[in-house]
Ligand binder design. Structure first.
Ligand SMILES: [Zn+2]
Ligand SMILES: [Zn+2]
Length: 418
């Protein structure tokens, strides 16, 4: 900047500051933030203080009283920081972020201030306040750094309701689970009668089933993290009566509002595996970012099943082999009757990729079927009254049904452990 321009700008700053000072009582923070883009390494309060001193030497004195722009908000920064420290007491964190909800009056004053004194150098009230509270919070709690994208702690200072709202970033842990027994749903299933409120039918648990993979996996994590809520996000789900074997099904466990973040995953894995009475087993545990939840849920993974199938009449081995081979390819499935009450009724096309099996007796076979995500295996076998085409029953010309079903593999290159 040339000397001439510097002189010009100096004049403009002094004149601008003088106009602001004369307009009404104003705090150093608000005076300073009107010139926030001038100089580095100063706080707005220092800028405002320096301008006020300079102007008072030029016999321009500010008026006394509460700042008309922020209504004294910057004078209460430390109080808000103290409240934030109290709200986060006992919670482990490394990063934080502050937000503020202004009262309508403050928003109006701020807009008016901007419009009336357009210095071109102003920092917004919100921006300045959030930073100052952050600095005071860090000083008081002695730790933490600002993180604009994934802060462990997000504080919202609500000036309308005079409250500090704290949101703690969930923990996300990827893994694979085995479900070694039948009859357990993947996630907590609300009672059909009371929809989760608790009634006589469910013994006032609010649950249709006493246990779920979700609860069995989550229990040690809740204790370790000091949390009360966790969600299991699975890469699809097996039927309640199907086991999940083989390499297991990918999932992300989300631990909501954890008080501790430094979890010892190997020992938690051990705790799940020994604590669930051999019902579930987990492996591959590691921390992942939140985005992995969507990735795991939305990936259409390839799935391999082992099915025990019963036939109404005797089947010759060769007939079975030929029927299974002929099924490979596109399968058209109208939404199965058994799930039609909760899924839209439409016809989906899914590919059956592999299909083989052998007879255990003339009326019973063990099959291994591999299909695209979303292929309904029970219906592929039974035909679901003509809703699935082709089907094993149709190809054999004999009524067929799945007696037992196990998922033995869930694969996709998108999974974080593939
Ligand atoms: Zn102010
Ligand atoms: Zn109930």
């Amino acid at each position: 900047m040339s000397t001439k321009n510097q002189e010009q700008q100096g004049k403009e700053v002094i004149e601008g500051a003088a106009t602001i000072l004369r307009a009404g009582p104003i705090c150093d923070d608000c005076l300073g933030r009107a010139f926030a883009k001038l100089g580095h390494g100063f706080s707005n309060r220092q800028r405002g203080g320096a301008l006020r001193t300079l102007l008072s030497m030029l016999e321009v004195d500010g008026r006394l009283g509460t700042c008309w722009v922020c209504d004294g908000l910057f004078g209460r920064v430390k109080d808000w920081a103290d409240r934030a420290v109290a709200a986060s007491k006992g919670i482990e964190f490394e990063s934080y972020l502050f937000g503020v909800k202004l009262s309508p009056r403050l928003s109006q004053m701020e807009a008016f201030f901007d419009e009336r004194f357009p210095t071109g150098l102003t920092e917004s009230l919100k921006h300045a306040f959030n930073r100052e509270v952050g600095k005071a919070f860090e000083a008081k709690s002695g730790r933490g750094t600002v993180d604009l994208t994934h802060p462990h702690l997000s504080f919202l200072i609500d000036l309308v309701h005079d409250s500090v709202n704290l949101r703690v970033l969930s923990l996300y842990i990827y893994g694979r689970y085995l479900k070694l027994v039948r009859g357990i749903p993947q996630t907590r299933w609300p009672c059909r009668h009371c929809r989760g409120k608790g009634c006589e039918a469910c013994g006032f648990t609010g649950k249709q089933y006493p246990e779920s993979v979700e609860e069995l996996v989550a229990a040690p994590f809740l204790t370790a993290a000091g949390a009360e809520e966790a969600h299991l996000h699975g890469a699809g789900r097996e039927d309640i009566d199907a086991r999940m074997l083989g390499t297991g099904r990918p999932f992300v466990l989300e631990v909501v509002s954890p008080r501790s973040r430094c979890l010892d995953l190997p020992s938690l894995q051990e705790a799940v595996n020994t604590g669930s009475s051999e019902k579930v087993e987990v492996s591959e545990l590691h921390f992942v970012p939140r985005e992995t939840v969507a990735l795991v849920k939305e990936t259409h993974a390839k799935k391999t099943y082992r099915a025990l199938v019963a036939f109404e009449k005797d089947i010759p081995p060769k007939t079975l082999t030929e029927a299974l081979e002929s099924l490979i390819g596109t399968i058209k499935q109208r939404t199965p009757q058994r799930v039609s009450h909760r899924r839209a009724d439409l016809v989906r096309e899914r590919c059956l990729l592999e299909s083989r099996g052998n007879l255990l007796s003339p009326r019973q076979a063990e099959l291994e079927l591999c299909g695209e995500g979303g292929l309904y295996i029970k219906e592929l076998v039974s035909g679901d009254n003509g809703r699935t085409l082709p089907s094993l029953a149709a190809r054999l010309g004999v009524a067929s049904r799945v007696v037992e079903l196990d998922v033995i593999d869930v694969t996709s290159e998108s999974f974080p452990d593939s």
